[in-house]
Design a protein around this ligand. Structure first.
Ligand SMILES: Nc1ncnc2c1ncn2[C@@H]1O[C@H](COP(=O)(O)OP(=O)(O)O)[C@@H](O)[C@H]1O
Ligand SMILES: [Mg+2]
Length: 311
C-alpha cells in the first residue's frame, strides 16, 4: 500500500512553477528520502502533503484516499516537524509531552513509549533548556510520535545538528518503521546523510522528479573500477578503443568510470589478453551523492542543449 502519492502535482507561485507535474509514491513501511538542493521545492512539497498549501494541478493521495477528502481529518494520523521545533524551554521533557498530549487530545498516556523510542527516557525529568540541540530534536520527534501516527513527515530534520546529533537522528529514523510500523518521509539536501538511513529515494531537480527508486537499486548499478597495473598508457588506449570511459589518476592507476560490476570482468579479460599485468583491481559503487551529481549534470546537459537549439 502507498502512504503518500503525488500524481502529476504542479504548484506555482505567481506564475513561478516550483513543482512541475511531480509524481512519486511513498510505500508503507519505507523511510523515504526526498532529496534536492536548496530552493528546489522540498518544503513546498511537504506543505502540499500536509494541506498547508493547495496544488495548482494534479492529485495528492494520503493513505490511499484523495487528500482533499481526508485532510485535515487525517492529520491526527501524521506526525510532522516542518520547522525548528518550538519547545517550551522551562518545562521538563515529560511536562512538555504531557501538555502536547492534552492539546492533541490523546486519551492514553503515551509519554514513556515515545521517550523510549527516541532513547530519552532517562532525561524524562530534565529541563528542556539544558538539552543539547540533538536532544531537543529527538524530543520533537517523540512529540510527533505521540498517539502513534502511521506517517511521520520531517523537513530537513538534521539541519544545524552536530555530527553526533545527526548520527542519533539517522539511527532513530532508520529503525523507526520496524520499531513502530510508522512510515517516514524525510526531506534533505544532505545526500550522504540520507544515504545511511533511507530505503527509498526521490530526487527533485528544477521542480521535476528526476529519479525515484529504492536505495539498493540506485547505488548498486554503476561504479568505478581502479586498476593498479604496469603500462597504464597502453591499457588506457586498449580500453578506450573498447569504448570504456577511462583515465589515470595521480598515482598512475587506471580508472574506468561508468562501469557495472559485470563489465569489470571484460576489463580484466582485455588486460590479460594483451599481457598487461595488474596486481590490484577494486570496484567501488557510486555513492548516492555521485549518482545525484551525475543525474543533475545530465539534466544540465539536456537543458543547455535545448537552449542552444532554440538560440
Ligand atoms: N509562499 C511562497 N511564495 C512564493 N514563492 C515561494 C513560496 N514558498 C516557496 N517559494 C519559492 O519556491 C521555491 C522552492 O522553495 P522551497 O519549497 O522552500 O525549497 P526547499 O525547501 O527545497 O529549499 C523557491 O524558489 C522559493 O522562493
Ligand atoms: Mg526547505
Amino acid at each position: 500500500m502507498s502512504i503518500i502519492e503525488f500524481n502529476k502535482v504542479t504548484k506555482s507561485f505567481n506564475h513561478h512553477k516550483v513543482l512541475n507535474e511531480a509524481s512519486f509514491t511513498v510505500p508503507q513501511g519505507s523511510v523515504f528520502g526526498f532529496l534536492g538542493n536548496n530552493g528546489e521545492g522540498k518544503s513546498t512539497t511537504v506543505r502540499l502533503m500536509l494541506g498547508l498549501l493547495k496544488p495548482s494541478g494534479g492529485e495528492i493521495r494520503l493513505f490511499n484516499r484523495s487528500a482533499s477528502t481526508v485532510l485535515p481529518r487525517c492529520l491526527n494520523n501524521i506526525g510532522c516537524i516542518v520547522d525548528a521545533p518550538a519547545l517550551y524551554q522551562h518545562l521538563t521533557a515529560s511536562e512538555y509531552l504531557s501538555l502536547s498530549q492534552r492539546i492533541k487530545n490523546i486519551p492514553k498516556n503515551d509519554i514513556d513509549r515515545v521517550l523510549n523510542i527516541v532513547e530519552m527516557l532517562p532525561s524524562k525529568n530534565g529541563v528542556i533548556a539544558q538539552f543539547s540541540l540533538g536532544m531537543k530534536q529527538r524530543l520533537a520527534i517523540a512529540n510527533a510520535l505521540l498517539g502513534a501516527p502511521d506517517l511521520l513527515v520531517l523537513d530537513e530534520p538534521t539541519n544545524g545538528l552536530d555530527p553526533q546529533g545527526m548520527l542519533d537522528i539517522r539511527e532513530l529514523l532508520r529503525r523507526l518503521p520496524e520499531k513502530t510500523g510508522c512510515t517516514v518521509f524525510v526531506s534533505s539536501h544532505l545526500l550522504n546523510e540520507v544515504e545511511r538511513m533511507v530505503s527509498h529515494v526521490a530526487i527533485i531537480n528544477r521542480g521535476e522528479i528526476v529519479l525515484q527508486d529504492t536505495l539498493r537499486n540506485l547505488v548498486k548499478a554503476e561504479g568505478k573500477l581502479t586498476v593498479s597495473c604496469l603500462e597504464t598508457s597502453n591499457a588506457l588506449a586498449l580500453l578506450s578503443a573498447a569504448n570504456f570511459q577511462c583515465s589515470s589518476n595521480v598515482s598512475g592507476e587506471l580508472i574506468v568510470s561508468d562501469i557495472t560490476q559485470t563489465q569489470c570482468t571484460q576489463v580484466h579479460h582485455i588486460l590479460s589478453k594483451h599481457h598487461i599485468d595488474f596486481w590490484q583491481s577494486n570496484f567501488d559503487q557510486l555513492s548516492l551523492e555521485e549518482t545525484f551529481m551525475k543525474i543533475c549534470s545530465k539534466q544540465e546537459n539536456v537543458s543547455s542543449l535545448i537552449k542552444k537549439r532554440v538560440a
